[in-house]
Design a protein around this ligand. Structure first.
Ligand code: UDP
Length: 464
């Protein structure tokens, strides 16, 4: 521990919930191990520093001097992800370099490395080289989905892409067990740029001093072997992160959180269907109504997160028929946001209907909760295939087939018909997640190796 005192790790997350959460959890893990932590962040969508007193937060000034952050302007909110990443790079590339240089040269603590999100790996590479600091990357997706993402340019050359409707169910042998419909592509008006992002991520990860994953060996043995056979970089699968950083969880709960817990406390064990599609996905009004009726007709208690903006063209729930909320009485609860870790850990929750974001997936695995999988884009499709066909801890409900009857059927299937088999697999995987964190477990050992690796860095600041 002594050795690590005064050693600073500088971290740069991408400003999306699904990227921020694991970076902050990783920061907590490092902090518990004696490192000091500085988090560089954009002025768009960053965590409340008062929730994380042990960390130093530094806002990177955006390049639109005197004006608003381009990322917060209305045009940005309607961009596809590829365009948004381009805007993020244009807005923050130079300011990031300057902020990193300022941070490395600051104070009496020696900066031992930069940990950046893999999407930023290429920019981080240049910036870190300039100031002479070692650099690692955090990949916030599963190993399987990163390998599939890395294979996109190859799959384009082999004519799997762009995806043709008649091939959707065809197995892609290069990334088995994925089918064509599972490939992690994004809808974008700039498909070439998507391949560029994939190739930048791969190069940036490969040239780094190491890759950190929020996964564990027993969960992704084959994808980890696949990655190691293709990339010559040390890897550190040390997840699940959130199970190692509980002692620093923010304790601030709002009124809605207390009401949700009270509601859950009144439900029977394993009776509730928890529904959330994460922090980014949105749906059409027609789909929203099918979900609403499907949940209601299932006759089971449900807790449904509807983020403001989740339903395209509406503020919140106004698309629901009048009287819907009143008639659902205590049977269902609709909220804007929940503390998902607490909800999944609650004994009343019997299934999670999810978009299969990686954080949601691993959080559900850790609590042994069966999933209904409705992936919306990119890596979510890969995660869904693994949940359903590899780990066998959930069932598929394709978005294109999501009408109220199919929803009812899926809920009944996971809660009753297929429920026992799936629940058994869930418990087995949950146990393996627990074991990997034990003293002899793979994640515990990988974390020890990661700390030694970081302490072996001989970063020298060129700017002092
Ligand atoms: N989350 C939450 N409350 C909600 C919905 C989501 O705390 O009501 C958290 C969830 O626990 C997870 C993250 O937001 O850590 C979402 O990340 P994920 O990778 O699952 O999906 P994304 O939002 O990136 O699509």
């Amino acid at each position: 521990m002594e050795e690590r005192k005064g050693r600073k790790i500088i971290m740069f997350p991408l400003p999306f919930q699904g990227h921020l959460n694991p970076m902050i959890q990783l920061a907590r893990i490092f902090h518990n191990l004696g490192f000091s932590i500085t988090i560089l962040h954009t002025s768009f969508n960053f965590p409340d520093p008062s929730h994380y007193p042990p960390f130093t937060f530094r806002t990177i000034p955006h390049n639109n001097e005197g004006g608003e952050d381009p990322l917060t302007q209305p045009e940005a909110s309607s961009m596809d992800l590829v365009a948004f990443i381009r805007l993020l790079r244009q807005t923050y590339e130079d300011p990031f370099r300057r902020s990193l240089a300022g941070e490395v040269g600051k104070g009496d603590t020696s900066s031992c490395c930069l940990v950046s999100d893999v999407v930023w790996a290429k920019h981080a590479e240049f910036a870190a080289e300039e100031v002479g600091i070692d650099r690692m990357v955090l990949i916030t997706n599963s190993v399987a989905s990163f390998c599939a993402f890395a294979a996109l340019p190859l799959l384009r050359d082999k004519d799997y892409l762009p995806i043709q409707d008649y091939r959707l169910d065809e197995l892609v042998t290069e990334v088995s067990p994925l089918k064509v419909k599972d490939l992690p592509v994004m809808e974008t008006s700039e498909p070439k740029e998507l391949y560029q992002i994939a190739s930048d991520m791969v190069k940036g990860a490969n040239s780094s001093s190491g890759v950190i994953w929020n996964t564990f060996e027993d969960l992704e043995k084959l994808p980890l072997m696949d990655f190691s056979s293709k990339f010559q970089v040390p890897i550190f699968p040390i997840g699940p992160f959130h199970k190692q950083s509980d002692n620093l969880l923010p304790t601030t709960k709002n009124k809605e959180d207390y009401e949700t817990t009270d509601w859950l406390n009144k439900q029977e064990p394993q009776s509730v269907v928890y529904v959330s599609f994460g922090s980014l996905a949105d749906i059409e009004e027609k789909e929203f109504l099918e979900i609403a009726w499907g949940l209601r007709n299932s006759e089971r208690p449900f807790l449904w997160v509807v983020r403001p903006g989740f339903v395209q063209g509406t503020e919140w729930l106004e698309a629901l028929p009048s009287g819907f909320v009143e008639n659902m009485g205590h049977k269902g609860k609709i909220v804007k946001w929940v503390n998902q870790l607490e909800v999944l850990a609650h004994p009343a929750v019997g299934a999670f209907w999810t978009h299969c974001g990686w954080n949601s997936t691993i959080e559900s695995i850790c609590e042994g909760v069966p999933m209904i999988c409705t992936p919306c884009f990119t890596d979510q499709r890969v995660n869904s295939r693994y949940i359903v066909d590899v780990w066998r801890i959930g069932i598929e409900l394709e978005r294109s087939k999501m009408d109220k009857r199919e929803i009812e059927k899926a809920i009944s299937s996971v809660m009753v018909e297929e429920g026992d088999g799936i629940r058994e697999m869930c418990l087995e995987l949950k146990e393996r997640a627990d074991v990997c964190l034990d003293k002899d477990g793979s994640s515990f050992k990988n974390l020890e190796n990661l700390v030694s690796h970081i302490l072996s860095f001989n970063s020298y600041a060129k700017i002092t």
